[in-house]
Design a protein around this ligand. Structure first.
Ligand code: FAD
Length: 306
């Protein structure tokens, strides 16, 4: 039943009509639990509240399904505006973005040009931009673009690697030459068994394997998970191998396991929360429901409230 619901939500996450309708009606159906707001001002307020509790942030101006050059350029401007607002408000936050939001499906040249504009702004502010990893169809192109931009912009840019893909261990070995700052995650999309581990326990085992591989390489890791088993295994590994606290951080999503977020921050670990904002919240929200169909309870409650 759970896997049926998971597949249904992942299917819905790609539905363009539902996405358009969701945009029209604004943050509804419990999405407010996972999305800080539609406006940048609401996002900055959420960041400030987290910063006050010792938690840093990565801000994401939500966007997917874009299909025109104008939309990609508009999205690039939103990313720069987010960096501007972070700088002017003085909050502790960097930026996460998706390459399809910047035109990857239209042309590589357009996406590259948008990324360069964003990275120039980030470099000016001495800030950092991370490319989220999307579905497998965009994996190679994302890695290629990252490598090119890493040569141009150095440590201003980071990438995400997904533990559910068989190829990730090899990717990390290849990327080591760039000394990359990688966010390591389990993976949020629906992928076929030809490219990804179908069983959760295999994903978990590979997750621990690639975390240890990347930390042993001496490279910076953002370990993005809500899973206590993984978090505890990282804590034990870093202690045993004298990995300094400055070489890694934990990350979680806005609205998920907020007490655990606070506890890790209080224990002295860098805790960064991924805070999404904007009106294009639909696909992001559906993926969160897919991860935990129990969240549907919140959706039903909020439907009856409104
Ligand atoms: C900061 C951050 C950035 C991410 N970036 C990407 C990315 O770029 N690309 C990508 O493919 N994936 C990304 N993900 C998603 C990731 O791949 C997983 O889908 C997601 O984190 C769930 O896996 P988990 O590691 O938390 O473990 P799971 O085994 O899925 O969950 C462990 C426990 O966490 C809790 N939990 C997990 N998800 C939820 C939820 N939605 N609601 C409530 N409780 C929950 C539950 O208690 C669950 O038992 C990101 C995740 C985080 C935290």
């Amino acid at each position: 039943m759970e896997s049926l619901m998971r597949n249904a939500f992942l299917f819905l996450s790609k539905n363009r009509t539902a996405n358009r309708t969701a945009k029209k009606y604004g943050l509804r159906f419990g999405a407010k639990r996972f999305v800080a707001g539609e406006q940048i001002s609401e996002a900055i307020t959420a960041v400030r509240e987290l910063n006050d509790r010792g938690i840093v942030v990565t801000l994401d101006h939500l966007g997917e399904f874009i299909s025109t050059t104008d939309e990609a350029v508009e999205s690039m401007k939103y990313c720069i505006r987010t960096l501007d607002e972070i700088a002017s408000s003085g909050v502790k936050a960097n930026l996460s973005l998706k390459l399809t939001q910047l035109g990857l499906d239209i042309s590589r040249a357009l996406c590259l040009s948008n990324m360069r504009s964003i990275l120039e702004a980030a470099s000016r502010y001495d800030n950092f931009v991370r490319i989220d990893m999307e579905d497998y169809a965009h994996n190679e192109a994302s890695i290629d673009l990252f490598c090119q931009l890493r040569e141009e912009f150095g440590s201003t840019i980071g990438l995400v690697i997904q533990a559910y893909l068989y190829k990730s261990e090899e990717d990390i070995a290849m990327l080591h030459r760039y000394r990359p700052n990688l966010r390591l995650v389990k993976g949020a999309y629906k992928e076929p068994p030809e490219v990804a581990f179908p069983k959760k326990e295999d994903v978990d085992t590979n997750y621990i394997r690639i975390i240890e591989q990347h930390l042993t390489n001496g490279d910076y890791a953002a370990i993005a998970t809500h899973d206590d088993n993984i978090i505890n295994s990282v804590k034990t590994f870093v202690k045993k191998n004298n990995i300094p606290l400055s070489q890694f951080e934990f990350q979680m999503l806005y609205g998920i396991r907020t007490q655990a977020q606070q506890q890790l921050a209080d224990e002295g670990y860098t805790m960064r929360v991924y805070v999404p904002y904007g009106d294009d919240w639909y696909g992001y929200f559906m993926r969160r429901l897919a991860e935990r169909p129990a969240n549907v309870g919140f959706v039903l409650k909020s439907m009856f409230k409104s």
